[in-house]
Design a protein around this ligand. Structure first.
Ligand SMILES: C[S@@+](CC[C@H](N)C(=O)[O-])C[C@H]1O[C@@H](n2cnc3c(N)ncnc32)[C@H](O)[C@@H]1O
Length: 218
């Protein structure tokens, strides 16, 4: 399969790169398996335990285990980072991904991982905030504002939504105002910031360390 499209890869030189070829031996009958993948092989960008599974079966399995954090990203311009943020949200098993602003976003970096993720769109920050409050989630901004507090020593709540800004402007004043706190990731070099996708991976992993591995902070 082509990772970008989930279509079979026709180039024979690619066949050994990732994944598995056609199923060998007696075909399994469990309906979680996709007859086409069993016949043609499975080159998708999925973990080995999901080889030959239908997309619906994979999503159903993930839905039983999703974590309690959500992530959101503002999308007022076309930010190339969003796809990579979505891919990390899939890897760290965020409950849902929220796109605030424009509905269309650049899927390139997502490597089709968005198909296994629940992605919800909010046209305005106001709509997003109302939804988060209704869902009982603490809104936490992630950015480097003068009033930001260090992520490294912050006791992240279990039920929260981590909100990331865009390359350039960063988090909007509206999200900044709505967030209970805004958290910054400590840097040591000369650059002013890291990109949103890197920041998202670090912040999600901080939640995983706290709530999956029980690591306390500070
Ligand atoms: C390139 S930054 C935006 C610029 C930033 N607001 C500034 O003052 O230069 C894009 C997004 O990446 C995230 N980000 C980048 N570096 C960060 C850091 N050190 N700590 C927390 N978030 C960061 C934030 O979500 C931010 O909105």
């Amino acid at each position: 399969m082509n990772e970008q499209t989930d279509e079979p890869v026709n180039d024979p030189s690619m066949q050994h790169v990732i994944g598995v070829g056609p199923w060998e031996g007696e075909l399994p009958t469990d309906e979680k398996y996709d007859p086409r993948l069993l016949a043609e092989g499975d080159r998708r960008n999925v973990a080995d335990k999901y080889r030959y599974w239908t997309m619906d079966a994979i999503i159903a399995d993930l839905d039983e285990r999703r974590h309690d954090f959500h992530i959101a990203i503002e999308n007022w311009q076309h930010d190339m980072n969003i796809g990579t943020v979505v891919r990390s949200a899939n890897a760290f098993l965020a409950k849902e991904v929220h796109i605030i602003g424009r509905r269309r976003w650049n899927r390139r970096g997502a490597m089709v991982t968005d198909r296994y993720q629940h992605v919800r769109h909010h046209a305005t920050v106001e709509e997003f905030v109302a939804w988060a409050q209704e869902a009982g989630l603490t809104i936490l901004g992630i950015d480097i504002f003068p009033d930001s507090v260090p992520l490294e020593t912050y006791d992240l709540p279990k039920n929260c939504v981590l909100v990331f800004g865009q390359e350039g402007p960063g988090l909007s004043p509206e999200v900044h105002a709505a967030a209970k706190d805004t958290l910054s990731i400590e840097q040591f070099g000369s650059t002013r910031s890291i990109n949103a996708a890197s920041a998202a991976g670090i912040a999600m992993h901080a939640w995983v360390r706290r709530h999956v591995f029980g690591q306390k902070v500070g």
